[in-house]
Design a protein around this ligand. Structure first.
Ligand code: UN1
Length: 491
C-alpha cells in the first residue's frame, strides 16, 4: 500500500512544514507497517500557528457560547458516525485493543456533549456587597490563544478533553499531539473542521516536543498551556512557560489498589487485571501496585498469577487479543529495564517479564511479589504491563504504603467494610479513589486530576475543566452615584 504524507493545519489550510522534513510512524504491533509520513514541524510553523490563533480569537470570542456548543455537538455526532473507523486507526497507530480504542472515541463523544452544555452554563457568581447600591459578581472570560499538548495513550479522548474545554470558553488553540499519534490528531481535527469550526480557531502542528512543544510553551502570545505527559516534561514546561501564562499539568502516577481481607477476591482480581494490563499498563491511572492484606496475600497472588499467564498478547485488531504492544521501542526498553531492576532489587518475579519474538514492541504481562516501598519498581512510573504485590498487616499500614510515593493520581480499595471505605476516602492522598472498582474508569462529567507530583492543581473534565481556560473576572458595579470606599465608608 502506498504511504500517505499528511500535513499540518494553519489558519484553515493544510500545508507542509517550513522544515521541509517528514517522519514516519509505524504500527507498534507490526513495525514493518508504516502508518504514514508526518510533518516534522518547527519553530516557524508554531509562530504561524500562534499568529493564526491570535487573529481567529477576535471573532471566536464574540460567538455566543451556546453557538460554540452547537459546533461541539456536531463534533460529537461526527465522532459517532466515524467511531469504528477512528477506533481502527487508533489501534493501528498506538496499539491498544479495539474495545479500548472504541472507549477512547466514546470518551471524546461524551466530553464534547458535556462541554457543549457548558455553553449554557459557564457560571460566574453573584454575591452581596458591603456597600449600598453596589453590585458584585464574577464573569468567565476566555484567555486568547492556548496550547494543548497531548499524549499518545488516549490520542482522541485527551485532545477532546482539552480542546472542548478551551473552545467552549472562547479560546483559540494550537494543538501539538504526541509524535507517536499524529494520525489520530489529524483525524480529530478534520472532524472539527467538518463540524464547522471557523479557520484559525484550531491549528495543528505535528513534530518533536523539543522544538514544537518548547516554542509553543515559551511563546509570549500563548496564554495557557494544557499538558498531559511525563513528570519531567511537565517540570520543564513549568520553568519554560514563565510568568503570565497558565499551565495545567496532568502527569504520571504510581497507582495502588488495596485488597483487604474481607474483599471479594474475584472482584478484586478482575480490577487488578484490568487496572494493570489494560492499555498494556500505559495509563496515568494504571494500577501498578497492589497492596494486599497479609491474610489473603498468598491466595490472591496465586489467583493473579494464574489469570495473568492466560492473557493473550497480540495485535489489538484481533478480537482474541487481551493485551497489545507498547507504544514504541524506547518504551519496550524502559519496561524491560524495570523488570531487570525489580529482580535485582530482590522482588520475586512470578510470571511474565519476557519480550516475545514478534515484529512488535511487546512485553509479557508481569507480576512481582515481595515488593517493598524502597524499591524502584514500587516508586517509579513504569508505564507498562508490570504490577507488584506488597503485603500489609492492616488498613493503616496499607494506606501508609499507598501514600509512600511522590505521585497521587488514582487509587482503589476493595473491601466491604464501611469503616475501611471511609478511612480510605479520607486518607488516601490521591485525586481519585475508587471503591470496589479499579483505578481506571473516570467519567467525563467529574473532575479528573492528581494530587502531589501527579499534577499542579488544575483538574480536567467535569465542571472544573474550564478553569484553566477562563479568567473568572470579578466585577463591581457601583450605582450609588458617589465615591464609596470599601472597608472605609461602611457606617
Ligand atoms: C490517562 O491515563 O492519561 O480513567 C487518562 C481513565 C481514563 C482516562 C485516563 N478515562 O483511566
Amino acid at each position: 500500500m502506498p504511504v500517505s504524507t499528511y500535513k499540518i493545519l494553519i489558519d484553515g489550510k493544510w500545508i507542509s512544514s517550513e522544515s521541509g522534513e517528514t517522519y514516519s510512524r509505524v504500527n507498534p504491533a507490526n513495525y514493518s507497517e508504516v502508518i504514514g509520513k508526518f510533518q516534522q514541524g518547527n519553530e516557524k510553523d508554531v509562530n504561524k500557528a500562534v499568529d493564526a490563533a491570535e487573529d481567529a480569537f477576535e471573532k471566536w470570542r464574540e460567538v455566543p457560547p451556546p453557538k460554540r456548543g452547537e459546533i461541539l455537538l456536531k463534533v460529537a455526532q461526527l465522532l459517532k458516525e466515524n467511531k469504528e473507523e477512528l477506533s481502527r486507526v487508533m489501534t493501528r497507530e498506538m496499539g491498544k485493543v479495539l474495545a479500548e480504542t472504541r472507549g477512547d472515541v466514546q470518551e471524546a463523544i461524551d466530553i464534547c456533549e458535556y462541554m457543549a452544555g457548558e455553553g449554557r452554563r459557564l457560571f460566574g457568581r453573584t454575591t452581596t456587597s458591603e456597600l449600598p447600591n453596589k453590585f458584585s459578581m464574577t464573569v468567565r472570560l476566555p484567555l486568547g490563544p492556548v496550547a494543548c499538548i497531548t499524549p499518545w495513550n488516549f490520542p482522541i479522548a485527551i485532545p477532546a478533553w482539552k480542546l472542548s474545554a478551551a473552545l467552549i470558553s472562547g479560546n483559540t488553540v494550537v494543538f501539538k499531539p504526541s509524535s507517536d499519534t499524529p494520525l489520530c490528531a489529524i483525524k480529530f481535527v478534520e472532524i472539527l473542521e467538518k463540524a464547522g469550526l471557523p479557520k484559525g480557531v484550531v491549528n495543528l502542528v505535528t513534530g518533536p516536543g523539543e522544538t514544537v512543544g518548547t516554542r509553543l510553551v515559551k511563546h509570549k502570545k500563548i496564554r495557557a498551556v494544557s499538558f498531559t505527559g511525563h513528570k519531567d516534561t511537565g517540570t520543564q514546561i513549568l520553568k519554560e512557560a514563565g510568568i503570565g501564562k497558565r499551565v495545567g499539568l496532568e502527569l504520571g502516577s504510581k497507582n495502588p489498589i488495596i485488597v483487604m481481607d474481607d474483599a471479594d477476591l474475584r472482584l478484586a482480581l478482575d480490577g487488578v487485571l484490568w487496572g494493570a494490563f489494560g492499555t498494556c499498563g500505559q495509563r496515568c491511572t494504571a494500577a501498578s501496585r497492589v497492596i494486599v492484606h497479609k491474610k489473603v496475600e498468598q491466595k490472591f497472588e496465586r489467583m493473579l498469577v494464574e489469570r495473568t499467564k492466560k492473557l493473550r498478547l497480540g495485535n489489538g485488531l484481533n478480537p482474541k487479543t487481551d493485551v497489545g504492544p507498547l507504544v514504541n521501542k524506547k518504551a519496550q526498553e524502559k519496561v524491560t529495564k524495570y523488570i531487570e531492576i525489580g529482580e535485582h532489587e530482590g522482588a520475586k518475579l512470578c510470571c511474565g517479564g519476557k519480550t516475545p519474538k514478534l515484529k512488535g514492541w511487546f512485553v509479557e504481562p508481569t507480576v512481582f511479589t515481595n515488593a517493598s516501598s524502597d524499591m524502584k519498581i514500587f516508586q517509579d512510573e513504569i508505564f507498562g504491563p508490570v504490577v507488584s504485590l506488597t503485603e500489609a498487616g492492616n488498613l493503616d499500614e496499607a494506606i501508609d504504603l499507598a501514600n509512600a510515593v511522590e505521585y497521587g493520581l488514582s487509587s482503589s480499595i476493595y473491601t466491604n467494610n464501611i469503616q475501611n471505605i471511609m478511612k480510605a476516602v479520607k486518607y488516601l492522598e490521591f485525586g481519585l479513589t475508587y471503591v470496589n472498582a479499579s483505578t481506571i474508569g473516570s467519567e467525563v462529567h467529574l473532575p479528573f486530576g492528581g494530587a502531589k507530583a501527579s499534577g499542579n492543581g488544575f483538574k480536567e473534565a467535569g465542571w472544573t475543566g474550564i478553569n484553566l481556560f477562563t479568567e473568572e473576572k470579578t466585577v463591581y458595579i457601583d450605582y450609588s452615584g458617589k465615591l464609596q470606599r470599601a472597608q472605609i465608608d461602611i457606617e
